[in-house]
Design a protein around this ligand. Structure first.
Ligand code: NI
Ligand code: MN
Length: 228
């Protein structure tokens, strides 16, 4: 049957299998998103870190869909304090079986995590997420620089699909992300976090060239879907 993946835009993806999962739901204010938050239906909302282009509409969706926010501890508690009714705090290295078909594990990410408003509220460490849904293993790196432990992540679990930032400036650029692909040994990779803002704009074809034969590179436009 497989899992249907839809690229919402930036670092936001929807996974539809036995459960509906959205990750990093930056939809309102995302110039690339072709969908409105009230059109989304989900069971779980995964959030890698507190930056606005990842936390996005998580609070709204948690109420509108009665969905559970899954996030690093401090960010989950922050979300609860902001009114989210269902949160599931986790932390780096920890995994949890939400049911027999859904397991989520948090991985390291070298980045920051804060909600920036009139003041800055730090929300702990950022994370990546290893999502096992209906027998498929998907690694969403969150925002991160390249790190050699990606090799270990790929050794512990066979990654069917990796979602990697390639935008540079705040995260890996195309060349480092291609190194990440080699370390992970993933079967397929989809680049993300390279178009919504001028400062991170990159050519995904350049990334594809750097990856070469190391993995299958799939470039999705916002709104496009594929089966994993
Ligand atoms: Ni960020
Ligand atoms: Mn970001």
């Amino acid at each position: 049957m497989g899992v249907k993946l839809t690229y919402i835009g930036h670092s936001c993806f929807m996974f539809e299998g036995s459960k509906k999962i959205i990750i990093d739901p930056f939809i309102s204010g995302n110039p690339d998103a072709k969908i409105k938050p009230d059109e989304i239906d989900c069971d779980y909302i995964l959030v890698t870190h507190g930056h606005a282009d990842h936390l996005g509409d998580a609070l709204y969706l948690s109420k509108n869909c009665k969905a559970t926010i899954v996030a690093p501890y401090e960010l989950a508690i922050y979300s609860q304090m902001q009114g989210a009714e269902n949160v599931h705090p986790m932390h780096i290295g920890g995994a949890f079986n939400f049911d027999e078909n859904l397991r989520v594990k948090l991985t390291i990410a070298h980045h920051g995590s804060a909600v920036v408003g009139e003041s800055i509220t730090y929300t702990g460490n950022p994370a990546g997420m290893l999502i096992q849904l209906d027998g498929k293993t998907i690694y969403h790196a969150g925002d991160t620089g390249l790190f050699s432990d990606m090799k270990l992540i790929g050794q512990l679990d066979n990654i069917d699909l990796a979602l990697l930032p390639i935008g540079g400036n705040f995260t890996m650029g195309p060349k480092d992300a291609a190194e990440a692909v080699k370390l992970l040994g993933c079967k397929e990779v989809i680049p993300m976090h390279y178009h919504a803002f001028d400062v991170i704009r990159q050519d995904p074809e350049q990334f594809k060239k750097y990856v070469g034969d190391a993995s299958r590179v799939t470039i999705l436009s916002p709104g496009q879907s594929k089966t994993v």
